[in-house]
Design a protein around this ligand. Structure first.
Ligand code: ADP
Ligand code: MG
Length: 254
C-alpha cells in the first residue's frame, strides 16, 4: 500500500498569556492510500488540534508531517479537503453554486468538472435539489452537499472533524452511513476525529486512541468487517460490540 500521510514525533502546544498548554506530544502514525482512519479520545485531548495540523492551519512545534513524502504544502504535495461539524454552505447560493465553489475559486470550472459534479449530485440524490437554497434541505442533505463540494476539489485526503455531531441521533446514523459509503465509493482517504466510539468503529479501518491531554497515542486498533457492509450494517454485527468494548476499556482503564 502506498503511504499517503506520515506523522513523525509531532507535538504542539498553545501559548497564551496564561502560559503554555501542551495539546499533543509525540504523535506517530501513517495513513495509507484508501484508508479510513478514525481518531478517538476524550474531549480536550487535542483531536481538533491534530486536524488543524494535518490541514496546515497550524504548524507542528515538534516533528514533521509528510504528504506523499513531502512536507505539507510543499508545492505539488497534494490537496486536502476539510469537513467540519457545521457545513458552512452559503445560504445565498443555490446547491449547485455551492458545490461548484471550490473549482470556481481555483479557476478550474471546466465543462468536464461541471459534468463530474452533476454526476455526483445525481448519484447521491441531490440533483433534483440543485436549484434549491441550503435552507430548503434537511440536515443530512446539507452534509451530503458539503461533502460533494469538498470532493469537487479532488482532494487527496479528506479531514473530518466531528462532522455529524450537530445532527440528532437518528439523522446522524443515516448521514454517517451516506458519508462513509460516498467516501468509499469515490476511493478517498479519510481521517475522522470524533469522541463517538460507535461512529469510529462503524466507519474506520483503523482506530487511533488518544490519551487525555496532552494527547499521545495510546493504541492503534485495526478494525475489520466484511467489506460489503455499510457503516450502518456494521453496527448490527457481533464484532461491532467487541471493538466498541475494547476501545471503551482501553480509554477507561488508563
Ligand atoms: P478536542 O478537539 O480533542 O476536544 P482540542 O484540540 O480542541 O481538543 O484542544 C486541545 C487542548 O488545547 C484543550 O485543552 C484546549 O483547551 C486547548 N486549546 C485549543 N485551542 C486553543 C487555543 N486557541 N488557545 C489555547 N488553548 C487551546
Ligand atoms: Mg474538537
Amino acid at each position: 500500500m502506498e503511504k499517503l500521510l506520515e506523522l513523525r514525533s509531532v507535538g504542539y502546544s498553545y501559548h497564551t498569556v496564561q502560559g503554555e498548554t501542551p495539546a499533543l506530544t509525540n504523535i506517530n502514525f501513517t495513513v495509507y492510500k484508501g484508508e479510513f482512519v478514525a481518531v478517538v479520545g476524550p474531549s480536550g485531548c487535542g483531536k481538533s488540534t491534530l486536524l488543524s495540523l494535518l490541514s496546515g492551519l497550524l504548524e507542528p512545534e515538534h516533528g514533521s508531517i509528510l504528504l506523499y513524502g513531502q512536507k505539507l504544502f510543499h508545492p505539488g504535495s497534494g490537496t486536502i479537503g476539510y469537513m467540519l461539524q457545521h457545513d458552512h454552505l452559503f445560504e445565498w447560493r443555490t446547491v449547485w453554486q455551492n458545490v461548484l465553489l471550490g473549482p470556481e475559486i481555483q479557476k478550474k470550472l471546466t465543462p468536464a468538472k461541471k459534468e463530474a459534479v452533476a454526476d455526483m449530485l445525481k448519484t447521491y440524490g441531490l440533483y433534483k435539489f440543485r436549484d434549491a437554497k441550503p435552507s430548503q434541505l434537511s440536515g443530512g442533505m446539507r452534509q451530503r452537499a458539503a461533502l460533494i463540494r469538498t470532493l469537487a476539489m479532488e482532494p487527496e485526503l479528506l479531514l473530518l472533524d466531528e462532522p455529524f455531531s450537530a445532527l440528532d441521533y437518528q439523522t446522524r446514523l443515516t448521514v454517517g452511513d451516506d458519508i462513509g459509503t460516498i467516501i468509499k465509493k469515490e476511493h478517498k482517504t479519510a481521517v475522522l476525529v470524533t469522541h463517538d466510539l460507535s461512529e469510529a468503529v462503524s466507519l474506520a479501518s483503523r482506530v487511533i486512541i488518544l490519551t487525555r491531554r496532552p494527547g499521545t497515542i495510546q493504541r492503534i486498533l485495526p478494525v475489520t468487517f466484511d467489506s460489503n457492509l455499510s457503516p450502518l450494517l456494521r453496527r448490527n454485527t457481533p464484532e461491532f460490540k467487541d471493538y466498541f468494548n475494547e476501545i471503551w476499556k482501553e480509554m477507561n482503564e488508563k
